[in-house]
Design a protein around this ligand. Sequence first.
Ligand code: DLL
Length: 428
Amino acid sequence: MIRHKEETLPKRELKKLQFKRLKETVSRGYEVPYYRTKMKEHGITPDEIRTLDDIRTLPFMTKEDFRKAFPFGLLGVPIERVVRIHATSGTTGTPSTAFYTAQDIDTWTELIARNLTSIGVTAADRFQNTVSHGLFTGGMGYLQGAQRVGAMVIPFGGGMTLKQLEFMRDFKVTSFHAIPSFGLKMAETAKKEGISGELSLRIGMLGAENWSEGTRKKIEEGLQIDVYDNYGLTELVGPGVSCECPEKNGMHVWEDHFLFEVLDPETDELLGPNEDGEMVLTALTKEAFPCIRFRTGDLCSVLEGDICGCGRTHQRISRIKGRIDDGFIIRGVNIFPKQIEEVIMQFPEIGYNYYIKLWTKGVMDEITVYAETNNFNDTHARIALQRDITRALYETVRIRVNVELVEEDGIPRQEGKAKRLLDEREEK
Ligand code: DLL
């Protein structure tokens, strides 16, 4: 279902709307001393933005800007107009803080309603939000958006997997929002407790973490549902930037509200379709503070094709492939954790939790993947599985990866976004 006519605007009209909104955004940004200084240092003024392509003359913003301007330096409206803040979840350092005016909250709510409508959530649905409803944008964001769609919302919050599933069973919940690592845990627990068959679930919306197609398959099979990917970040708004549609062929970026560029992270050149680069995003309708040419650090590519099978004209991007700073180099090979996940999740015997450890043995750096298996006690099968995974990993990353299989629940669970990489290498 399509919620707004904006989702199917012809490209030309979409571009016109984007240009109008870009001009307004840059003018608003210029009123914020922090951003005005940045523009001046860059030798540019708002009236020099004459075409959409002129966006490339504007300076980039990075997480460093949010840090430097913390707490109020980026604010573009009188504080009285701010009705809420959210923040990133990093446990160390200064978080990026996002301010919202009442209008910003309304826009955001509509965007999440759009995400949900595009995957088939309607007023007839019962929707459980399985993430915390605090500073993390996935909580309040999905609560508001699902309510706007008219669904009956259960703001359960994070953790307590079995209790969540029992709520889902008892209230005949049909759809939910979760981070993928929790989706895996739900699938695992539902199977273990034998309640998969008692659930009325049909759709899951997942995001906020990097996750593979193998993980999608495990959750879909485990819970007998369809799950969809959605991408967003606190600095831009939270979730509501980009979302899959039923075609499951990339994520539409909501281009009436966000302008995106996929750039070569080294040269800053604009990349073409199917070329992997850094996602750079500009919020076109945000009132409370400027977020212009924000370097997300996330890697993806623009997909080919102007119109999707779902009828939307908004450009699709690939699913996120990793973060620029996620990759690690071991024995001269550059590896992204997601490459490892793609391989191990293809094996049905691999359970729902894993992590990667980098460590040093003598003068050599080693990589070991610890993964839970549901077939731990069958020694014969376990050794064969270990050998098969080692071989499959070699095929992908071209170095030997140690594989340690662990029994189910053998890897401690974490609250919030999963940390899949443990780097214990010694300095050499
Ligand atoms: O994670 C917003 C969000 C909430 C998105 C709920 C989707 C659902 P932050 O905590 O600021 O905001 O983290 C943003 O998370 O730069 C990516 O690196 C990563 N990320 C978000 N969505 C995806 C995704 C929220 N679908 C950072 N795939 C981003 C891969 C994702 N990575």
